[in-house]
Design a protein around this ligand. Structure first.
Ligand SMILES: NC(=O)c1ccc[n+]([C@@H]2O[C@H](COP(=O)([O-])OP(=O)(O)OC[C@H]3O[C@@H](n4cnc5c(N)ncnc54)[C@H](OP(=O)(O)O)[C@@H]3O)[C@@H](O)[C@H]2O)c1
Length: 306
């Protein structure tokens, strides 16, 4: 089969090469891949592995061969799941406890935005606890995870402040019902109960200082790659404050991923979650996708169709 593998790590470069077909374990289904998505996490994971490694977590396709242990969807089912870093390929072997069927009415290119971005947003908010009537600040709200986190928090009854870099990056977020704060020179000032942060650096520090007593900061990224600093009165000024860190690939080991993906797909099917890609591009041009992610011009997810 053909798969995209890394040919250089800095800058990250990918090439379509012939590689051996995957050999599924008993708990894995063999999927003919229709679409995959690019995550900032894919770039981080790619450079930690040797040149020539495959890449890709998000996968949508059709089950060619169900898992031999009898688990998971049957042959012919249209499915979405979380692959083991090898989804940018014609075929992928995917654990059935990371896979679920896609309902009619949700297209492949929308479903594929959900495994990494949707589950990360869902679990970050679940870690924060009760959302109804509480104010949530989502940083990086223009990004793949951020746009979904904004919508899920609103759907759960939270008042949401979405912090983005520019008016163009905030497009559509006010229509969901969020209060949009634009630019890093004029940060939000209203106190919040929940901070959902993936930007890090000064953005995290500013958001943290807005937390009310008993508030929760859920952190799942540090996109600016700088140290996180807490104010000197970090705890006693905010009694009961809690900081949670979420790492999706660890979190999924304790979660019912098929059920959680089904929840997200149901919200999309019901028109309560807009998760269509910000950019749809063929997988034969992966560099376009990588460059687009780096340029920060795409609102939401970048999807590659096979
Ligand atoms: N822990 C986990 O398991 C996990 C899971 C998923 C993602 N993540 C991490 O979470 C972060 C967000 O993921 P994502 O997929 O939503 O990424 P994304 O689509 O690239 O979004 C990142 C957002 O961060 C904002 N940003 C602020 N300063 C930036 C800078 N210096 N460079 C780039 N972006 C900057 C951008 O918003 P503006 O352009 O509006 O400023 C952008 O919308 C990433 O760091 C990713 O690696 C971690």
């Amino acid at each position: 089969m053909k798969a995209l593998v890394t040919t250089e790590l800095d800058p990250l470069t990918l090439e379509l090469r012939s590689v051996p077909d995957p050999r599924p374990r008993p708990d894995e289904a063999l999927i003919e891949v229709h679409a995959t998505a690019l995550n900032r996490a894919d770039l981080l994971l790619a450079v930690r592995r040797p040149v020539g490694s495959p890449i890709g977590l998000d996968v949508v396709g059709t089950v060619l061969r169900p898992a031999s242990d009898g688990s998971g969807p049957p042959a012919g089912a249209r499915v979405v799941g979380l692959a083991d870093n090898d989804a940018w390929a014609e075929l992928a072997a995917v654990r059935t406890d990371r896979l679920t069927g896609i309902p009619d009415g949700v297209c492949d290119t929308t479903a594929v935005t959900l495994p990494v971005a949707g589950l990360t947003a869902l679990y970050a908010l679940q870690r924060a606890g009760w959302l109804l009537g509480r104010r949530t600040l989502v940083t990086g709200a223009s990004g793949g995870v951020g746009r979904i986190a904004v919508q899920l928090a609103l759907a759960a009854g939270s008042e949401v402040t979405a912090w983005v870099g520019s008016p163009a990056r905030g497009a559509g977020l006010a229509d969901f019902g969020a209060q949009v704060v634009t630019g890093y020179d004029e940060p939000p000032t209203a106190p919040v109960d929940i901070l959902v942060d993936s930007v890090g650096g000064e953005v995290f520090s500013t958001g943290y200082q807005l937390l009310r007593r008993g508030g929760v900061a859920t952190v799942f990224g540090n996109t600016v790659r700088s140290e996180l600093r807490l104010p000197a009165d970090w705890g006693h000024a905010r009694p009961g404050v809690r900081i949670e860190y979420l790492f999706l690939l660890d979190e999924v080991t304790r979660r019912d991923v098929p059920a959680d993906l089904t929840l997200l797909l149901g919200l999309v099917a019901a028109g309560k979650l807009a998760a269509e890609p910000g950019l749809l591009t063929p997988w034969s041009d992966p560099q376009h996708a990588v460059d687009a992610l780096r340029s920060r011009e795409i609102n939401g997810k970048i999807v590659l169709s096979m």
